[in-house]
Design a protein around this ligand. Sequence first.
Ligand code: ADP
Ligand code: MG
Ligand code: MG
Length: 250
Amino acid sequence: MLEIENLHVSIAGKKILNGLTLTVEDGQVAAIMGPNGSGKSTLSYVVAGRADYEVEQGSIRLDGIDLLRKSAAERAALGLFLVFQYPLEIPGVATMTFLKAAINAQRRARGESDLPIPDFMKQVRAAAQKLDISQDMLKRPVNVGFSGGEKKRMEILQMALLEPRFAILDEMDSGLDIDALKTCAEGVNALRGKDRGLLVITHYQRLLDFISPDIVHVMSRGKIVKSGGPELALALEASGYAEYAEGAAA
Ligand code: ADP
Ligand code: MG
Ligand code: MG
């Protein structure tokens, strides 16, 4: 479903993705592990459609559709969702208002009518409860003053409500303590399914104890350099990234 082929990307004249090729099948949970600076966040931003990146070569397809010809909003409407490593704060916009706007934007893009308010309230309450998100948090401005764990749970709440076709989770574990990590991982695992692809990006193996991947890819210097089963993550945990580091023989 997600097919990335020979992707070359630079920003401000600096080459970051260097011929990256990756396919994530229907229903698959794929992990990308890699050292800091290998281009993991860049990959997630480019797939989601953030501006300022120069795509020099290559293609990104979701269900056969060429994403590089679509805006970020159009990609979201196609069912693509990105969980940010550093979620943005939106002062002045209540979380409930934001969630309603996000859901209805997606529905309108699909030619559907807005979700009736009572249905919206019911869905949000049920999803928030599973993620230990209080009614009080939902009334506050999006992410403003939220702890790292609260911000991540809010991202997972958005994902649960939007039911994306394909989600990319960029270092979901960064800044999370073990309890928050478990809660977020349960939220993600609840979304696993044969019609959804998940790409879980992480620096540490620990996250994959809670979200067990079908396949593990190692990224180094802007491309996938190795792929294997979950045992690859454990091997990396033991050996570290030294053999994939800058300057190491490939
Ligand atoms: P990772 O998420 O794997 O840690 P990133 O995608 O964040 O890696 O960054 C990859 C490389 O690209 C790093 O060397 C980083 O400094 C560089 N980089 C990322 N964004 C920019 C930018 N806006 N301008 C210049 N260099 C950038
Ligand atoms: Mg990083
Ligand atoms: Mg990153």
